[in-house]
Each structure stands twice: as structure tokens, then as C-alpha cells.
Design a protein around this ligand. Structure first.
Ligand code: ZN
Ligand code: ZN
Length: 384
């Protein structure tokens, strides 16, 4: 009955969804100074909660770290030194250009508002941004430039679901999500790809839920190599919708296969460090060869073993699905796929979209027994 009512409500709620996210930007960069310029709209400048000026279109300010404070300078005057600066958009549409001066970086564009302070001798910059604009920015960063509208639609729903499921990830640090791969890559506003704007707007508020109406962990990766893996194999927690899927769509794509060479001596030392009784083995180097026609969990020699997941991390390999042959004094690793292989395979999904599968087909192929719903419906049903 609950599921029935739930789907009835899908048609009742429409476009109610509006939420801002606090995203820490430049989270992997030690920013010391930057220029902020209004591209569209106007910004009120609040310094330590006092309104000191309004920044009109095409006007700029320079923001410089000074110890644990901030110097604020315009073209013709210094406003002063402050602890906090808030830049709040006051027009219908507001977006700005941010050009890091120290270190010197390519300029980026961001929608909506900014909250700026200094933490540990570096700027702490929050972009307080409408979720749909954030999603479009993430899709541009994560989804490539020419992937087609059906794929962007799929990626928009996934990125929105991921963001909403992870809102508390950095909450103790004063923001929701960082802009790095740790959360989702977000390098600012989607400016140039109209397909992404359409895909995001058309799916506004749509998210993926499991059969208990909870947001799913919308994991994705570049290429699974032909088979995705269950979440329990990578993160230990079992999710009913993150199960192994045989995927032929991603074969023969850019990240389908890889190779790497490792010196045999280095490999022996590594195994020894991890408890393998290497000195007891025979002199036949083929003992280190390894076959993985289907995904396995461990690399084993006699009763010694190590997880493939750990080898992947320690050697920075593209995936944990690889075989080993011995060539001269080296190991030749031949691998399949790129990434943790849990959830949606991006290159497979791109191929499905090219073959005219819908975003619903694609999402249901990689996330089993899930539904695509509007977040407003979900909030209504989950309210006490
Ligand atoms: Zn993060
Ligand atoms: Zn795949």
C-alpha cells in the first residue's frame, strides 16, 4: 500500500524541490589570494556581518589571506581586514568568476553565494549553491564533454542522489561536500555544455531509491572491465542493489584494459613484507604468475595470500582485476577496467545511451531493484 501511495504521489508533487548545498571549493588547494568578479547579477559584500558594498556586473575585488584574517581590496581602495567575508547574490541569477592568484590557476566560474574565511593559513571557501546548478557542474566534471543527453540525464540523477545521500559527510567541518574526488568532482559552473543543462533541468529533483524508499549509495566508476562487483567486496557493507552485473557494453572502450610492469625483485620484497614465505619457494619464477579469468578476491601462493584490493591500492593499479605473467625479470600485469567496479560503469552506460537505451534502463541495469522518484515525494513519505 505504501509503495502504491508513493507512486500516486509522484504525480502530485512537481517542481517543489529547491535546496542549497554548502560545497567546500578549492578543497585540495592551498589558496592564498584570488580575484572575485561578478559575471551576471550583483553581489552584496558582507564583512564580519556588516554590508560594506555592492559588487555590480563586471566589477572585481581582490581577496588576500593575511595571517588568520582577510584583506579585501577593490581597484581603487582597501576596504579593510576582516575575519569573514560573505558574497551574497541579490539578482535573480548571480554567478561569478574566481581567479586564483596564489597559486596561479585557470579561472573558474561559480553560481550563487560564497562564504569565505581562513583556516590553517589557507582560505576556506564555501560555495552555497543551488543543488541543480551544483549537479550540472558535477556532471560536466564527471561525465566528459561529448557523452550525449541520455547519458548526462543518467549521470545527473546519480550525482543528485549521491549528493543528497552524503549531506552529512563533512558536516562536522562546517560544509556538506568537498569538490574533490573524495565526494564528487566539482570544478564550478557548467558553462559550455547545453546538453548537460537540459539533462539536469529535465530531471530536477529525481533521485534513485531502493525498495525500502531509502536513497541508494549511487556508486559509479569509469569501466568495470566486463563485470561489476558487489559493494561488500570493496567496502564490506552489503547493499541489495550493488550486486555483480555482467557488462558487455564497456568492452573495447578507452579504459577496458591496462598493462603495468613491476620488477620481480620488488614484487618478492612486497610479498615478503606482507607475510609470504618467499625464501621457501622454488626457483621457478612462474610460481608468481597469476590467472584471473573471472574476478577473484585474493592473490595466493600455496597457503600465503593477500587481497587484490590491497595490491591495487599499494601499486596504484587501475583495477583489482588483473593477471600476471613473468617476462625476463619482470611481472607483466594485464588488467581489465578502471576503478572500484561498484555500481554504475560509466563507459558501459555511455555505450548503452548510444544504443538508445533510456536513462531508466541504464540505471536499472546497474542498480538492481531500484526506483527513480522525486525527492519531494520521498520527503513527504519519510516525514514523521
Ligand atoms: Zn569530501
Ligand atoms: Zn562495465
Amino acid at each position: 500500500m505504501r509503495i502504491f501511495l508513493f507512486f500516486v504521489c509522484l504525480f502530485v508533487f512537481n517542481n517543489l524541490f529547491a535546496q542549497c548545498l554548502k560545497i567546500k571549493i578549492f578543497s585540495d588547494i592551498n589558496v592564498k589570494s584570488f580575484v572575485f568578479a561578478t559575471v551576471m547579477g550583483k553581489y552584496n559584500i558582507f564583512c564580519d556581518t556588516t554590508l560594506i558594498a555592492t559588487l555590480n556586473k563586471n566589477e572585481a575585488i581582490k581577496i588576500i589571506q593575511n595571517g588568520d584574517s582577510i584583506d579585501l581590496i577593490s581597484l581603487n581602495k582597501k576596504f579593510g581586514t576582516f575575519k569573514n567575508i560573505n558574497l551574497t547574490g541579490i539578482s535573480d541569477i548571480n554567478y561569478a568568476k574566481v581567479k586564483c592568484v596564489i597559486p596561479s590557476l585557470v579561472q573558474r566560474f561559480y553560481d550563487d553565494d560564497f562564504i569565505i574565511s581562513v583556516l590553517n593559513q589557507s582560505f576556506f571557501i564555501i560555495n552555497d549553491v543551488d543543488i541543480e546548478k551544483y549537479v550540472a557542474g558535477v556532471v560536466e566534471s564527471e561525465g566528459g564533454q561529448k557523452s550525449g543527453i541520455e547519458y548526462y540525464t543518467t549521470q545527473a540523477i546519480i550525482c543528485r542522489t549521491y549528493a543528497l545521500e552524503n549531506l552529512t559527510r563533512h558536516i562536522s567541518e562546517g560544509f556538506y561536500l568537498c569538490d574533490d574526488v573524495h565526494c564528487q568532482t566539482y570544478k564550478g559552473k557548467n558553462l559550455n555544455n547545453f546538453d548537460i543543462t537540459v539533462a539536469t533541468n529535465n530531471t530536477s529533483g529525481l533521485v534513485i531509491v531502493d525498495s525500502t524508499l531509502n536513497l541508494i549509495t549511487a556508486a559509479f566508476h569509469s569501466n568495470c572491465g566486463g563485470q561489476t562487483v558487489g559493494s561488500e567486496d570493496v567496502w564490506l557493507n552489503t547493499k541489495s542493489y550493488l550486486k555483480p552485473v555482467t557488462d558487455t557494453f564497456c568492452l573495447n572502450q578507452r579504459n577496458s584494459t591496462w598493462e603495468k610492469t613491476i620488477p620481480l625483485e620488488k614484487w618478492k620484497q612486497y610479498l615478503q613484507m606482507n607475510g609470504f614465505l618467499v625464501n621457501n619457494y622454488s626457483n621457478d619464477t612462474n610460481i608468481f604468475a597469476f590467472s584471473q579469468p573471472y574476478r577473484k578476491t585474493y592473490y595466493k601462493i600455496f597457503s600465503d595470500s593477500i587481497s587484490l584490493k590491497k595490491i591495487r591500492l599499494d601499486f596504484n593499479l587501475k583495477s583489482a582485476w588483473f593477471s600476471i605473467s613473468i617476462e625476463n625479470n619482470n611481472l607483466l600485469l594485464k588488467g581489465r577496467g578502471y576503478g572500484h567496479a561498484v555500481g554504475l560503469c560509466q563507459e558501459g552506460a555511455m555505450q548503452m545511451a548510444k544504443l538508445n537505451y533510456s536513462y531508466i534502463d541504464i540505471i536499472k541495469f546497474y542498480y538492481k531493484n531500484t526506483y527513480i522518484v522525486n525527492i519531494n515525494t520521498l520527503n513527504f513519505f519519510n516525514a514523521p
